[in-house]
Design a protein around this ligand. Sequence first.
Ligand SMILES: *[C@@H]1O[C@H](CO)[C@@H](O)[C@H](O)[C@H]1NC(C)=O
Ligand SMILES: *[C@@H]1O[C@H](CO)[C@@H](O)[C@H](O)[C@H]1NC(C)=O
Ligand SMILES: *[C@@H]1O[C@H](CO)[C@@H](O)[C@H](O)[C@H]1NC(C)=O
Length: 398
Amino acid sequence: MERRGVWTAVLILCSLSSTMVNISATSRTMRGSVPKNSKNEYYKERLRRNLLANGLGSTPPMGWNSWNHFGCQIDEKMIRETSDALVSTGLAKLGYTYVNIDDCWAEIARDEKGNLVPKNSTFPSGIKALADNVHSKGLKLGIYSDAGATIKIMNGIDYLKYDNCNNDGSKPPVRYPVMTRALMKAGRPIFFSLCEWGDMHPALWGFKVGNSWRTTSDITDTWESMVSRADMNEVYAELARPGGWNDPDMLEVGNGGMTKNEYIVHFSIWAISKAPLLLGCDVRNVTKETMDIIANKEVIAVNQDPLGIQAKKVRSEGDLEVWAGPLTGYRVALLLVNRGPWRVSITADWDDIGIPPNSVTEARDLWEHKTLRKLFVGNLTATMNSHACKMYVLKPIA
Ligand SMILES: *[C@@H]1O[C@H](CO)[C@@H](O)[C@H](O)[C@H]1NC(C)=O
Ligand SMILES: *[C@@H]1O[C@H](CO)[C@@H](O)[C@H](O)[C@H]1NC(C)=O
Ligand SMILES: *[C@@H]1O[C@H](CO)[C@@H](O)[C@H](O)[C@H]1NC(C)=O
């Protein structure tokens, strides 16, 4: 019920601030003196060069974002406590280093220069002070905007989630590069997360513009929402690469709407899909059960493997799915998912997952944390409960 209140508030905020869209100082940089015919080519080339040079996102970003758990109920104290908790729980050491403030941190009205202004009631110390605090713990600060944040607010910022609310009606492939160019002038590399909800297939153009792009509308904390986002995101698997990732939205693990096994499926699919691993729970107050999922080093290692190839659904028969993708060292990440209502066995064939048919293969079970005694040739079969999965790293040894 509370969540519903939050959502309504956000919609109202979105609609109130839509009048500010044109204030964006950065949109003026669109008008250059480049001859009209060569303009597109010129910008394309400029973007390609500059964005590849930001050097960020060689593996999917990891961290935390306020939205899934807190919605608009955020303030600077809670953000500081969360960054403390990322360190004290050990999550930061595992790679969760971005602390990302989502919507509702700014006043609705901008200042006279069109700059976003932090809410005095909830962020009285301002964003720069918060950035300094977060940086002092070895973490990075992310912020959110949906209508042309200006450079001023980027002071100390490491990550920008750029949403699609309040847009001025221009197409995302035109609108988002305006921000890309603005970020290039910020004087520090800023991870640019495009969030246009998958409307214009951002996977097709996003790699020249940003470091990740949402392929879906917002996730909610239910099994149906989670698996449907996994499916939409999987379609674009071939377009992900180091420096530019498909983003099926942030994690719901620990928010209470799914069973433990369902959250394990959620985390496993996100990891093997090279999705950003952005925690969406209250990390100040995380249960052991949640920690066992989000702190699984072996699953995180699949996500962060330097090869950076997103896994695909290589076989799907009704509710039974085989996901697989290559890892460094000629290894293969394998995920068997039972989306159906009954306990079943699923078989992965070497033919489907890119292992030569006669290879003798060792299997490491990433949720049991053990290497299976048995060696496998040609296929691997496992049995699992409803809405559960098995995840392996396979290593051909002969
Ligand atoms: C911020 O709030 C404080 C106390 O509520 C007030 O004294 C101060 O004038 C406010 N500052 C601005 C810039 O509105
Ligand atoms: C921590 O979680 C428990 C239950 O999971 C809840 O009762 C408690 O209010 C939470 N504490 C905070 C500070 O959120
Ligand atoms: C798995 O492969 C073995 C040969 O190594 C074969 O005998 C067996 O039928 C296969 N099982 C399935 C379920 O395909």
